[in-house]
Every structure is written in structure tokens, then in C-alpha cells.
Design a binder for this molecule. Structure first.
Ligand code: ES4
Ligand code: ZN
Length: 350
């Protein structure tokens, strides 16, 4: 309807999307064919012989709690599915086409700027070179600006289930490409992996002029401690960001801390449905909004979350938090305000 059209037309900035989490079954199939790979998706080692079978496997991945993924022994976890998809990314062309597909998709949703995440450790450990990865991403960055009018800068994430030494090695290896990279993030499996483990590399990145952000996943058992550590140990402040961190809504102290420090956050409504009941999620998002915290809506891993992209996340949050079109314009403006693009780019969008 006309209200949806209003949301579609809002100039958007997307600040939390994993480029590897935008791999569609179609692209996965195409790259595997081109690279001469068999597609083995689950831990039983089943080989997929057709695109139809592969699509069906994404449907299992996309199931919500109580619908397969979390409790079915024979299905795979989100991270197994996600890292399984990495295997088909081999050539510069693969990285370029993956990223270009994302930019084209969100151009149609009126995204004007984005800061996509990438996970270099998931690629170097398979023998992919930095030139392959960054060459593909650079070609996309240039083509997206030229042909789609979308400006962008990359955010390199460390896999927190790997060591701080590996993070430091990857930080150093990225420096030759630093003109493409605006920020440093922390993602992957948060269980028993405190942010403070990575304090040294984040301090170095901050002092060198990178923006920083870290995932504080919804429902993680240590989430309040981790949100606190992102501020106290990683040095996240006004110029930086927290990804998710929704559980701060349950803690007056954390809400105050985030508000006082002027820290911004990224919120991914569709993703949380995989972990938490509806009435745990949306009142908390609403509480962040009512507390006046600056957060923006994003898509995280669209093809592993029932094919939901930034527009769908915005429509969901509008509906479930009972936000007005003016509120949605505020959220869109938040994204442009909190983003790490140069001032000239941000004012163009605002
Ligand atoms: C991720 Cl949903 C999620 N959580 C943590 N790390 C990630 N990397 C990609 N998607
Ligand atoms: Zn994420």
C-alpha cells in the first residue's frame, strides 16, 4: 500500500549486512558449477545434484525455532550453513558477482550507502588470497558507485571463535587495502568468546583511525557482560557502534551507558525471530526507540533469514513496534547520521 511505498522510497543506509550472508542458492549453484565443485551442504555430507535440492536445503536453514533448525539433530546450525556457503567463493569473479548481486538488490530498495561486512578469515583459511577477495570487492565498489549510485566502504570482521593472534595477522594483512575499509567488526560464534579477548587489535585499529563495532548477539548467555565489555575493553564510544545489543533494553544501567556515550546500534528484527519469541523482541526494540538511542535497521544475512532484505526488516519493525511513517523516517535518518561515510556523503543522503 501507500505506506509501504513510503518506506520503499526512504533513502536508506545499510550498516549491518554480511556479504557472505547474501549468497543465494542460485549464486551458490552457479559458482559451484563454474568452479567444478560438488555441493556438500550438511554434516551428513549429502551431495546436492540440482538447484532444486539446494534451494530445499536453504529452506531448512531458514526454519525458525520449533520448525527445524534449533532442535532437529539432522539439520544444521546457522553457522554450519553460513560457512558451508563460503566454499564456492574461489575466484575474484565470484567475490565480485556475490557483492554486485547484493548492491543491485538493495539499489531497488533505495539504499544509497552501505558498509557491508566481510569475513576474511573464512576465506584465507581455504587458501583464497587477499588480492582475490579485495580485487573482487573493489571492482564491485567502483561499479556500484558508477552504475547504481551507491557509495560504500567495507567493514572487516574478525571471527571471534578464532584466536586474537589470527585477528592481528588479518588486521596487518588488510592494511594494503585500507582505502577500501572503513571499520573493523567482531562476529561469528559468541559463546564463551568475550570481546575483551580482542582488546589489543581493536585498540590498534582505533588508534590507526578505523571505526569499530562488535556483535553482542541477542540471547547470548553473557550478553550484558559483553555489551559492557565492548565499551570498557574495546573502547566503543560515540564514533563507533554495537551490532545487536538488544538485551541492553532489559538493563537500565546499560541503556544509560549507551545513551550517555552516544553509541549507535544496528538492529535486525527478522534475525531475532530465530532465537526469541515475538513478545521478547519488539517491546525491546520499542524500548530502545523510546529511550532515544540511535539505532538503524538492517538485514544481517538475508538469504539465511527467509530471504528478508532491508526493506522487509523495516516493514516488520514498523508493524510489530507500531511505529509511524515519521518514526520510520527517523530510523532511516539515524542510519545516515550514524554511518561512517564522509560528511559530504552523509549530508547528501540526509
Ligand atoms: C552472523 Cl547472525 C550472525 N551472528 C554472528 N556472526 C555472524 N556472521 C554472519 N552472521
Ligand atoms: Zn551480523
Amino acid at each position: 500500500d501507500s505506506k509501504d511505498k513510503f518506506i520503499l522510497d526512504l533513502p536508506k543506509v545499510e550498516l549491518h549486512v554480511h556479504i557472505e550472508g547474501t549468497l543465494t542458492p542460485e549464486l551458490r549453484w552457479k559458482f559451484a558449477q563454474r568452479n567444478g565443485q560438488a555441493l556438500k551442504l550438511d554434516r551428513t555430507g549429502t551431495v546436492y545434484h540440482s538447484l532444486e535440492q539446494l534451494k530445499a536445503s536453504h529452506n531448512i536453514i531458514q526454519s525458525r525455532p520449533g520448525h527445524g533448525i534449533d532442535n532437529a539433530e539432522e539439520s544444521f546450525t546457522f553457522f554450519e550453513a553460513y560457512y558451508g556457503g563460503f566454499d564456492v567463493l574461489v575466484t575474484q569473479q565470484d567475490f565480485n558477482e556475490l557483492a554486485m548481486h547484493y548492491f543491485e538488490r538493495v539499489a531497488a530498495m533505495n539504499v544509497r550507502y552501505c558498509g557491508p561486512f566481510f569475513d576474511p578469515q573464512g576465506h584465507t583459511r581455504r587458501g583464497v588470497t587477499w588480492d582475490t577477495m579485495m580485487g573482487g570487492f573493489r571492482a564491485t565498489q567502483e561499479a556500484a558507485e558508477r552504475n547504481l549510485g551507491i557509495k560504500s566502504s567495507w567493514i572487516m570482521c574478525f571471527l571471534r571463535d578464532l584466536t586474537p593472534e589470527s585477528a592481528m595477522e588479518h588486521y596487518q594483512a588488510m592494511l594494503p587495502y585500507r582505502d577500501m575499509v572503513i571499520g573493523i567488526g567482531l562476529d561469528s560464534d559468541e559463546n564463551d568468546r568475550a570481546p575483551s579477548l580482542f582488546a589489543d587489535v581493536f585498540a590498534l585499529a582505533r588508534e590507526t583511525g578505523f571505526r569499530i563495532t562488535a556483535h553482542c548477539d541477542v540471547g547470548n548467555k553473557d550478553t550484558h557482560n559483553h555489551i559492557h565489555q565492548v565499551v570498557s575493553a574495546l573502547g566503543v564510544s560515540e564514533a563507533h557502534c554495537i551490532d545487536h545489543g538488544l538485551n541492553a533494553a532489559q538493563s537500565p544501567d546499560l541503556l544509560r551507558l549507551i545513551k550517555e556515550k552516544g553509541i549507535s546500534m544496528t538492529i535486525i528484527p527478522w534475525g531475532y525471530l530465530r532465537h526469541e519469541p515475538v513478545d521478547e523482541i519488539f517491546p525491546r526494540i520499542r524500548a530502545l526507540y523510546d529511550a532515544g538511542i540511535c539505532f538503524s535497521i538492517a538485514s544481517d544475512d538475508p538469504t539465511y533469514m527467509e530471504d528478508t532484505w532491508i526493506l522487509h526488516d523495516m516493514l516488520l519493525v514498523k508493524k510489530m513496534c507500531a511505529l509511524s511513517t515519521a518514526d520510520m523516517a527517523t530510523l532511516a535518518r539515524n542510519a545516515a547520521e550514524m554511518c561512517w561515510a564522509p560528511e559530504t556523503v552523509r549530508t547528501e543522503i540526509l
